[in-house]
Design a binder for this molecule. Structure first.
Ligand code: CTP
Ligand code: MG
Length: 219
C-alpha cells in the first residue's frame, strides 16, 4: 500500500503577520514546512510527500524541503491547494493531508492515522478533547452554553482512502470546509478519530509561534 502525504503550505500567513509565507517561517531555526515534511517522513509510514506552495515562492519552498518528492503551486484557498496536491499522487492508496502549520506533530499521531486507514477506515482524523468551556454567540452580545460533552478539536494529519478523498474533492464545488474530513462528511462518508496530541497544534498567531519555539527548546 502506497502512502502519500500532501502538505498544504500555500497560505500567506496573514494572522502570523511575518511578511512572508507562514510555512517558510522558522521555528527555532528550522522552517515550519521543513519540520512538517521531516516529521511525516520520519514517522516511517509515509512513502512520499508533496508540498503545495505559494506559486510565487516555489523555488524557496523547494530549497526548504529537499526530502519532499515534489513542490507544486497551490490555489486560492486550502481546499483548492489540497486538490492540486492530490492530483500529484496518482499511485497512492492512502493519502494524508497535513498542514505545514502543524509542524510539531509527533510521529505517533502520523502512524496511528495511517494504521486506522489501513485497518479499513476511509477517513481518519486525530482529535483531542476540548478543554475550554464553550459558548455560542447568538445575538446582541448574548451567548448560549454549548454542552462540551464529546466535543473534540480536530487536527492533522488526516488520513483517507484515496478514492474517497478524490470523490469528496470532486464534489466539493463551492463547499469550503475547513478540513478534508468535512468534505468527506458532505458526501455522506463516515469519519473516525484517533487520539491527537497537543503538540500537533496549529501555529496561527505570533503567540502560537512563541509557544512552538518554547516547546522545541523544552524537548
Ligand atoms: N493553505 C494552503 N493554501 C491556501 C491557504 C492555506 O495550502 N490558499 C495552507 C496553509 O499554508 C496552512 C494550512 O493550509 O499550512 C492551514 O491554513 P492556515 O493556518 O489558515 O494558514 P494561512 O492561510 O497561511 O494563514 P492565515 O489564514 O492567517 O492567512
Ligand atoms: Mg488561512
Amino acid at each position: 500500500m502506497e502512502v502519500a502525504a500532501v502538505v498544504p503550505a500555500a497560505g500567506s500567513g496573514e494572522r502570523l503577520g511575518a511578511g512572508r509565507p507562514k510555512a517558510l517561517v522558522e521555528v527555532a531555526g528550522v522552517a515550519m514546512v521543513t519540520r512538517a515534511v521531516d516529521g511525516l517522513l520520519g514517522s516511517g509510514v509515509v512513502d512520499e510527500v508533496i508540498v503545495v506552495a505559494p506559486p510565487e515562492h516555489l523555488e524557496e519552498m523547494a530549497k526548504a524541503v529537499p526530502t519532499a518528492g515534489r513542490v507544486v503551486p497551490g490555489g486560492h484557498d486550502r481546499v483548492a491547494s489540497v486538490a492540486l496536491g492530490l492530483a500529484e499522487v496518482p499511485g497512492a492508496d492512502v493519502v494524508l493531508v497535513h498542514d505545514a502549520a502543524r509542524c510539531l506533530c509527533p510521529a505517533g499521531v502520523v502512524s496511528a492515522v495511517v494504521a486506522a486507514v489501513r485497518a479499513g477506515h476511509a477517513a481518519v482524523v486525530p482529535a483531542i478533547p476540548v478543554a475550554d468551556t464553550v459558548r455560542r454567540a447568538v445575538d446582541g452580545g448574548r451567548v448560549e452554553l454549548v454542552d462540551r460533552t464529546g466535543l473534540l478539536a480536530v487536527q492533522t494529519p488526516q488520513g483517507f482512502d484515496v478514492d474517497v478523498l478524490r470523490r469528496a474533492h470532486a464534489a466539493a464545488g463551492d463547499h469550503r470546509a475547513t478540513d478534508d474530513a468535512g468534505l468527506v462528511e458532505a458526501i455522506g462518508g463516515e469519519v473516525v478519530t484517533v487520539p491527537g496530541d497537543p503538540r500537533a497544534f496549529k501555529i496561527t498567531t505570533p503567540l502560537d509561534l512563541a509557544m512552538a519555539e518554547a516547546l522545541v527548546r523544552a524537548l
